[in-house]
Design a protein around this ligand. Structure first.
Ligand SMILES: *Cc1c(COP(=O)(O)O)cnc(C)c1O
Length: 367
């Protein structure tokens, strides 16, 4: 058998260690996972009720067009219903976009390190990948523009960027949008938008009127807290959505997921609470970093990437044996940093306590 050549170098996504396995291996009673930027507060109570209602309907196929969810999201974001494309997570929207625009002989431009699914799906479509290194955790938009040629089909901007947490400010984004040639699709991935508090964060959706070649990605997996159910979406002009839609599986979002997403969207109080608590948590980490002289990027997401100046896996393992699973930077392109999802205040305080212990053990603080 002969699989596609380009899949040879690819490995399947490696999830973090499952909680149950870590408990058994290390003999721990409680283990907390703060590795995948999941919401420490779970999801709105309304979500559970909405799911319960769907349980009598499981034998019926979902509405492939996600009509009710489409109406709800359209209203919430003040966009037309034909401007939305839903995916089994925004991961699937990334996949659909790549299927639609990329093939052999084309190329795509992105930052590095950034969200790995852009690259992964582009490789599967046999496109050339042009990666522009971040500088101080930030997208180098001018260099990215310079990498564009007539064969470029997609340019990716992840803001806030996973894993650095840095965002692209409004003035920079607008001058970038002005300079991307019309034949290139611009994807702005705003998976963490609900957590953003920066005043200079752009209203990217409002720009759709001016730029016909723009797609904004959003998800229900992060602040909305329903990662398990897999719902994400793209917002673009109707022509772009119409181009992407044929690459979508007929029933790609489930009945339960659609109902849950509508309920989640309806509870903005929950989102406001999460944004507020997350901001407090980020501040706690910044204070710790300042106090102990550690580099951290200003994050607009629900995670912080902290540079400890020692191998990332050492920090990862230290927290692991104390019951916290975080993300080692060794696999993310930051070999001396760890990415920690902001947890509940109690969890943040406990992690910081363990981090201080580690720094003391390593002789990295004068105590
Ligand atoms: C988590 C994440 C996503 C994926 O979200 P799903 O909707 O769960 O597929 C997309 N982009 C970025 C930058 C993310 O961090």
């Amino acid at each position: 058998m002969i699989p596609k050549q380009q899949l040879k170098g690819l490995t399947p996504y490696k999830p973090g260690k499952p909680i149950e396995e870590v408990k058994k291996e290390l003999g721990l009673k409680e283990v907390v996972k703060l590795a995948s930027n999941e919401n420490p507060y779970g999801s709105s109570q309304a979500v559970k009720e909405a799911i319960q209602k769907e349980l009598t309907q499981l034998h019926i196929y979902p509405d492939g067009y996600a009509t009710s969810l489409r109406t709800a999201v359209g209203k919430h974001l003040k966009v037309n219903e034909d401007q939305l494309v839903f995916g089994n997570g925004s991961d699937e929207v990334v996949q659909m976009i790549c299927r639609t625009y990329l093939e052999k002989g084309t190329n795509t431009v992105m930052a590095t390190p950034t969200f790995p699914q852009y690259r992964h799906n582009a490789v599967i479509e046999n496109a050339e990948i042009r990666e522009v290194p971040l500088q101080d955790g930030k997208h180098q938009l001018d260099e990215m523009l310079a990498a564009i040629d007539e064969n470029t089909r997609i340019i990716w901007v992840c803001s806030p960027n996973n894993p650095s947490g840095e965002h692209v400010p409004e003035n920079e984004l607008i001058s970038f949008l002005d300079n991307v040639p019309k034949h290139v699709l611009i994807v702005v991935d705003e998976a963490y938008k609900e957590y953003v508090t920066a005043k200079d964060f752009p209203d990217t959706l409002a720009r759709l009127n001016n730029y016909k070649n723009l797609v904004v990605l959003r998800t229900f997996s992060k602040a909305y807290g329903i990662a398990a159910l897999r719902v994400g979406f793209g917002v673009a002009n109707a022509e772009v959505v119409a181009a992407i839609e044929p690459s979508r599986e007929p029933f790609n979002t489930s009945r339960v997921a659609q109902a849950a997403a509508i309920a989640a969207l309806g509870d903005q109080e929950f989102i406001d609470m999460c944004r507020l608590e997350n901001e407090k948590g980020r501040s706690l980490y910044y204070k710790f970093c300042e106090q102990y002289n550690l580099d951290v990027y200003p994050s607009q997401g629900n995670f912080v990437l902290i540079d400890f100046g020692i191998p990332a896996d050492d920090v990862f393992n230290y927290l692991l044996k104390n019951g916290y699973i975080v993300r080692s930077g060794s696999a993310l392109g930051f070999p001396t940093s760890v990415r920690i999802t902001v947890g509940s205040q109690e969890q943040n305080k406990e992690i910081i306590k363990f981090l201080i212990q580690l720094l003391v053990e390593r002789g990295m603080v004068k105590s």
